[in-house]
Design a protein around this ligand. Structure first.
Ligand SMILES: NC(=O)c1ccc[n+]([C@@H]2O[C@H](COP(=O)([O-])OP(=O)(O)OC[C@H]3O[C@@H](n4cnc5c(N)ncnc54)[C@H](OP(=O)(O)O)[C@@H]3O)[C@@H](O)[C@H]2O)c1
Length: 275
């Protein structure tokens, strides 16, 4: 029987680590990528072209797979039913990179989880909160020594992408996770202002926070990101984390037997992004 594991999003923050950690463990790992020329994955990883928005392109990647690490790359669940059905025709198990959005029923993660629950696949859901990698949006401002941003008191428990990947690999390579939903976080709660200070210290730069009025931030983010709905959802998320900080869960430590990595460790791993 095949033991091949297909990793989607294999060139992304989390999937790149899932792929390399599985390969290092000596497992048969196949990476789904849209552009094999640009994938730059470890040599012993089988790289197969496919696009999650075009389910008919997934057949070669799904051939003889046992498990799939699945992320859904869009902001709506349109097209996810066909992809989940294709996965279910081939694989026995899926580990889905969802999100900790229990308070946001409108988000597509719920629909993708529902499709997977009804698919007949054995499933495990990973629901991380905010990624430490989201702070890369400040890289230019950190280099310049001042971060001008709204909601300095919004507190999050940012998680290192390596920890999400390590949990995914643990789930893919050990028994007892079928039907489990793991809410994942980093080890500590930090306000955005504190996050900037921690990153500055880790990369050896003095950085100060300058609170930006929300209306000014909205105009600037709209100019930078283009999508008004996305900007408003980010702003309301930060507003919420001022009064209701993100939760800190001990799930990474419980599953991996070591503490979750700190934001300082993440920033040292990414020092060149801020250099
Ligand atoms: N950021 C957060 O705070 C947060 C929190 C919770 C959950 N999440 C979820 O985590 C996931 C993002 O993970 P990430 O940060 O590791 O990813 P990422 O760095 O944003 O990279 C996206 C990956 O998806 C691939 N991809 C994009 N469109 C695709 C398509 N049509 N078909 C096949 N592959 C496609 C990209 O491959 P290419 O090389 O082809 O571009 C890339 O490997 C998202 O589902 C997000 O909603 C994020």
């Amino acid at each position: 029987m095949s033991s091949t594991i297909l990793v989607t999003g294999a060139t992304g923050n989390v999937g790149r680590h899932v792929t390399s950690q599985l390969a290092e463990a000596g497992l048969e790992v196949r990476a789904l990528v849209r552009d094999p020329e640009r994938a730059r994955l470890p040599e012993r990883v089988e790289v197969v072209r496919g696009d999650l928005t075009a389910p008919e392109t997934l057949e070669p990647a799904l051939k003889d797979v046992e498990s799939v690490f699945l992320l859904w790359p869009a902001f709506t669940a349109d097209g996810a039913a066909e992809v989940v059905a294709a996965v279910a025709r081939h694989a026995r198990r899926v580990v889905y990179l969802s999100a900790n959005v229990a308070d946001e029923p409108e988000m597509h993660y719920h629909e993708v989880e529902r499709l997977i629950r009804n698919s007949g696949l054995g499933w495990t859901f990973l629901r991380p909160g905010g990624f430490a990698a989201n702070t890369l949006m400040w890289a230019g401002q950190i280099r310049d020594g001042v971060v001008r941003w709204p909601y300095g008191r919004a507190a999050r428990s940012l998680i290192h992408e390596k920890d999400i990947a390590a949990v995914a690999v643990h789930v893919l390579t050990s028994a007892g996770h079928k039907g489990a939903t793991y809410v994942l976080s980093g080890p500590e709660l930090l306000t955005q202002e504190e996050q900037v200070r921690v990153i500055g210290e880790a990369v050896g730069r003095e950085v100060r926070w300058e609170e930006l009025p929300v209306e000014v931030a909205r105009e600037e983010l709209l100019a930078a990101w283009g999508d008004a709905a996305f900007v408003d959802s980010a702003l309301s998320g930060w507003a919420r984390f001022v009064t209701a900080p993100e939760e800190v869960t001990g799930t990474v430590e419980r599953l991996l037997g070591r503490p979750a990595l700190t934001l300082g460790q993440w920033a040292r791993d990414h020092a060149s992004d801020f250099g």
